[in-house]
Design a protein. Structure first.
Ligand code: URA
Ligand code: ZN
Length: 389
């Protein structure tokens, strides 16, 4: 019997009810505020305000952010068989350490339950929902508390990874205090999903009101680029070759800048001898969601990953040969995602543009075979998350 090729969404979020309720009680960012809908006297609506310096009007938020039925409806509408759901930003970053620890534990149990009671995937023993858990990454949290959380997530059957932001416990992901966490994560099968929240200094975006365009289109991916680069420079990937790190939004500008990064390292007396490999090598050790909305960008990232993998295997003299750049190879590290429930269509349409564009982008990549595309749509995720139907 032919096995159906599955569509798997690895970048899809939820604000679990417990978390949304917390945001409703808050009087500073991040928060959910209730306000009167403009032009509709007496009718209120909730708004999500999570980005620093965001106007109080924030963004619209509704049941698609917390209701599992809405997630499944969205999946059905777009033919998504299985989703690996993650809590959305800013996670627990803003909480005092004891509350972060308590809430991480409760939310991990909530998410496991959210997945465990989801429908099964037809003709398989799989559920339609799996999840990324949370670690209590907040100021002042101890390495031991992080280790306890890694243990908890690893033991919950429907959690297959953790999602984290770029701030760590205050000093970023290259903080030496996080070393035991990376070690523990590398010893599990958990996939670490690195996702942005803070963007870059808003002064770079000027005074003109461009809505959320600049922080989301540029700030988010630049933040991921910087965090991933700092991780590479810290040697975390040298020390923990088994770490499985998935970068949001295809790693931002990392692929575009990787040769420049390698060159800057090679010319820098502080960093030149620090790493075991040419910086480009590490790009072939990472995983990338395919949330970039364009086939050329997917093809490009795929080429760079292929070449990076080449850097691991090829002799220096062969680095630039055509052989080293086999686009299909890079596709194996790329995975379909939607960023649901963010980026809903502005006007009512049947399917979400953000989803359709990402699927069309995969379909349109020159040089990917049907098998490569099926891998990006779902096969690679099943493999990475150990979800064999
Ligand atoms: N906006 C966010 O705040 N988070 C996302 O993941 C996507 C858009
Ligand atoms: Zn996202």
């Amino acid at each position: 019997m032919a096995v159906k090729r599955l569509l798997v969404d690895v970048h899809t979020h939820v604000y679990l009810p417990r978390y949304a309720n917390l945001l409703r009680t808050r009087t500073s960012v991040p928060r959910i505020v209730e306000r009167e809908r403009p032009g509709a006297q007496g009718v209120t609506e909730e708004r999500l305000v999570i980005l620093e310096d965001e106007p109080i009007s924030g963004r619209p938020i509704g049941s698609q952010y917390w209701d599992r039925t809405e997630k499944l409806k969205f999946m059905d509408l777009h033919g998504i068989d299985l989703s690996i759901v993650s809590s959305a930003n800013p996670w627990l970053d803003f909480l005092p350490a004891p509350s972060a620890c308590e809430l991480a534990s409760a939310l991990n149990t909530d998410l496991d339950e959210y997945c465990a009671s989801a429908p099964t995937l037809a003709d398989t023993a799989l559920r339609r929902l799996y999840g990324f858990g949370l670690l209590p990454l907040a100021l002042g949290v101890t390495p031991n508390a992080l280790l306890d959380a890694v243990k908890q997530v690893a033991a919950l059957p429907h959690l297959r990874g953790i999602i984290l932001g770029t701030r760590g416990i205050g000093s970023g992901l290259d903080d030496e205090l996080l070393e035991p966490m990376w070690e523990a994560l590398a010893e599990t099968d958990l996939v670490v999903f690195l996702h942005p929240h803070y963007g870059v200094d808003k002064k770079a975006f000027g005074e003109r009101d461009n809505g959320h365009v600049l922080p989301l289109a540029l700030g988010f991916p630049f933040e991921t680029t910087i965090a991933a680069t700092r991780l590479i420079l810290s040697g975390v990937l040298d020390r923990h070759p088994n770490l499985r790190l998935l970068l949001a939004h295809s790693g931002g500008a990392l692929a575009q800048l990787s040769s420049r990064l390698a060159s800057c390292i090679a010319h820098d007396p502080v960093a030149a001898t620090r790493l075991e490999h040419d910086a480009r090598h590490y790009l072939g050790r990472l995983y990338y969601d395919a949330v970039v909305y364009g086939c050329e960008e997917l093809g490009f990232v795929s080429d760079v990953i292929s070449r990076s993998t080449g850097y691991a295997n090829l002799k220096a003299s062969a680095k630039d040969s055509a052989e080293a750049v086999d686009r299909a190879f890079g596709s194996k590290r790329m995975l379909f995602g939607t960023d649901h429930p963010f980026f809903p269509p502005l006007s009512e349409t049947e399917k979400w543009k953000s989803v359709v564009e990402n699927l069309e982008a995969i379909e349109g990549v020159q040089g990917w075979s049907e098998g490569d595309k099926a891998g990006v749509r779902g096969g690679n995720a099943l493999e990475l998350f150990g979800l064999k139907p």
